[in-house]
Design a protein around this ligand. Structure first.
Ligand code: FMN
Length: 193
C-alpha cells in the first residue's frame, strides 16, 4: 500500500482564484501524486494551472470547513508557484505537475516538489483531530456509504472527540455532524415521496 498523507491542497484557476480542498496525496518516489475524482474544482484547476501546494496543518477546522461550505481560509502567495498556500499551514510543499496519468474517473497528477518551508511547530498528536479527519472522509462519502456504516463509525469516533477535543476540534466535529443530520433528513424526505 502506498503512503498517503492527508493535507489541504491549494490550487488556482486561470484567473488566479484560489481553491482549497482536503486531499490525500500519494507518495511517489521523491514527489507526490494528487488524484482528484472527476468532477472537481481541484481537477479543473490542475489542468488549467499545473501547480499546487500541499499544506500540512493540524487545524482540523479547515478539513471539516471545506466539506461543509466554509472554504474561506486565509492564504498567502506561494514562493515558487502561482498558487497560494494556507496562511495557517505548519509547513507546506509547493508542487509542479510533471505528468498526468489519465483516467476517466480519477486522473493522477504526478508532481515534483519545487519548494518546501516550515512555519510553526507541530505540537503533538490529538485523538480528536484524527477522529475529525476520519469523520470528514465519511462526510465526503455520505452519498456512497450505507447509513448503518456511517452511524457505527461516527459512534466510535465520537468517543475520542468527547474525551480529547479542544474548542477547535469540537467546532469542526459539530460542523460535520450538522451535515450528517442534513443529509439524513434529505434522504428520509426523498424516500417518503
Ligand atoms: C482527508 C480527506 C482526504 C480526501 N482525499 C481525496 C482525494 O484524494 N481525492 C478526491 O477526489 N477527494 C478527496 N477527498 C474529498 C474532497 O475533499 C472533496 O470531494 C472535495 O470537494 C474535492 O472537490 P473540489 O476540488 O471540487 O472541492 C478527501 C476528503 C478528506 C476529508
Amino acid at each position: 500500500m502506498p503512503l498517503i498523507r492527508e493535507c489541504i491542497v491549494t490550487t488556482a484557476d486561470a484567473a488566479g482564484r484560489a481553491h482549497i480542498a482536503p486531499l490525500g496525496i500519494i507518495a511517489d518516489g521523491m514527489g507526490w501524486i494528487i488524484a482528484p475524482f472527476h468532477p472537481s474544482t481541484t481537477l479543473d484547476n490542475l489542468r488549467a494551472v499545473p501547480f499546487a501546494v500541499a499544506n500540512y496543518t493540524d487545524d482540523v477546522r479547515v478539513f471539516a470547513g471545506c466539506l461543509t461550505g466554509r472554504s474561506e481560509w486565509p492564504t498567502v502567495a506561494g514562493a515558487q508557484v502561482p498558487v497560494p498556500r494556507l496562511a495557517a499551514a505548519l509547513a507546506h510543499a509547493e508542487l509542479a505537475v510533471t505528468r498526468v496519468s489519465e483516467d476517466v474517473q480519477r486522473p493522477r497528477f504526478h508532481c515534483a516538489i519545487v519548494h518546501r518551508a516550515s512555519h510553526a511547530p507541530f505540537e503533538g498528536f490529538n485523538r480528536a483531530k484524527a477522529a475529525v479527519i476520519e469523520a470528514a472522509i465519511l462526510v465526503s462519502r455520505l452519498h456512497l456509504l450505507p447509513r448503518e456504516k456511517i452511524d457505527a463509525e461516527l459512534a466510535y469516533l465520537r468517543i475520542a472527540v468527547e474525551k480529547t477535543a479542544g474548542p477547535d476540534e469540537q467546532q469542526a466535529w459539530d460542523w460535520l455532524m450538522e451535515k450528517v443530520r442534513t443529509h439524513a433528513a434529505a434522504s428520509a424526505a426523498l424516500h417518503k415521496q
